[in-house]
Design a protein around this ligand. Structure first.
Ligand code: PHE
Length: 361
């Protein structure tokens, strides 16, 4: 930075007259104005004016000179000191200014540039569907309860009146959890959300109007309508004088809110160990409208839930008197409902998490 340019002009004439001092001044000027940063400048200052600096030493030597040359030598050396001090000061302010400019340039913000794109997350369709179902039942006065996904055989089967030899208990249908010894016992991944009924009833007394959303697991091979992990929303009501008409009315109004007034709904007699009588509820297929397609397996109907009147034997397990209370229960598949509402032809699309798919909802 202009160190060379006016090299000689900086050195006072008087110093140039003494060759030794002139050489030192020349070297000092080169080092000071040649320093590229404040650290380098500080090293030059120490070399000149430090405790053992060349100028410091020159000054301390004045006292030992013969008296006749002492004043002249003292003046010259003091001038040298004042000169390099001035240069150091000048160079320091030059370097500081340069550093400040560099900093400001580095910090320059172009406010006209477009902002950085921050991708927006969104709710998964399954979560959204669970919330929609919850909203409908909360509107009907139900409360929400949850239960464990890793469950005891007792809550998943036994207290739900499932016989010891029922096929759903088998290792081919249900996923059991191995214990520390590597053997399966009475711990499993719940195959439905119904165990939450037992857990809630066991710890409370009617009236109960409860729904319970959550994951369920089955040893199923994935296809367009099966997934080994899926979601259900369980619901049940227990009070004095609850009838099958209450069950029908509740589920019909749920279906109308969920799928629209014109959706056809049918109750088909069915069997569940924990309800008697039992039924399955179907909704007319939303892909084909009833004609028959891959999703509805050519039936025109889609099964969305199972339901029934809670079996008196279940009340026995939770200590309720079946003469005093009656109740209904239902369990629905969340993915199936999402597929109906949002016209998704394959359940696996809900779990592949392909953003191109997810962003459509
Ligand atoms: N748990 C049953 C299933 O997973 C559904 C159901 C729940 C049926 C409650 C009746 C009552 O298929």
């Amino acid at each position: 930075m202009g160190a060379e340019k006016d090299n000689m002009s900086r050195i006072p004439q008087e110093l140039l007259e003494n060759p030794e001092i002139a050489a030192l001044a020349d070297e000092a000027e080169k080092r000071i104005f040649g320093s590229g940063d404040l650290d380098e400048l500080e090293r030059a200052r120490i070399w000149l004016l430090g405790r053992k600096g060349v100028v410091t030493i020159l000054l301390s030597e004045v006292r030992g000179l013969p008296p006749e040359v002492r004043p002249q030598a003292g003046r010259l050396r003091n001038l040298l000191k004042k000169t390099v001090e001035g240069w150091l000061e000048l160079r320091r302010s030059e370097l500081e200014k340069a550093a400040l400019h560099a900093g400001l340039e580095g910090e320059f913000h172009d406010l006209t540039l477009p902002g950085r794109y921050i991708p927006r997350g969104r709710e998964h369709l399954v979560t959204r569907t669970i919330k929609e179902i919850e909203d409908i039942f909360v509107g009907l006065g139900y409360e929400i309860a949850e239960g464990p996904e890793v469950e005891l055989e007792y809550y998943n089967f036994t207290a739900l009146n499932t016989p010891e030899d029922h096929p759903s208990r088998s290792l081919t249908d249900t996923l059991y959890v191995a214990g520390p010894d590597g053997r399966v016992g009475d711990v499993l991944l719940r195959c439905h959300t119904s165990p939450v009924q037992v857990r809630v009833m066991e710890s409370r007394r009617p009236p109960l109007f409860v729904i319970s959303p959550g994951k369920a697991y089955r040893r199923d091979v994935p296809d367009a309508s099966h997934s080994p992990m899926f979601h259900q929303v369980e619901g049940f009501a227990v009070d004095e004088d609850i009838t099958f008409a209450d069950l029908k009315g509740t589920l019909e109004s749920f279906c109308r809110i969920m799928f629209g007034e014109d959706r056809r709904v049918r109750f088909r007699p069915h069997f569940f160990p924990f309800t008697e009588p039992s039924a399955e509820v179907d909704v007319s297929c939303i892909i084909c409208g009833g004609e028959g397609c891959r999703l509805c397996k050519s039936t025109g109907w889609l099964e969305i839930l199972g339901c029934g009147m809670i079996d008196p034997n279940v009340f026995g397990y939770v200590g309720y008197d079946p003469e005093e209370f009656s109740g209904f229960a239902f369990g629905m598949g969340v993915e199936r409902i999402a597929m109906l509402k949002y016209r998704i032809p394959d359940i696996r699309m809900l779990f592949e998490n392909d953003l191109r798919f997810m962003r459509q909802f």
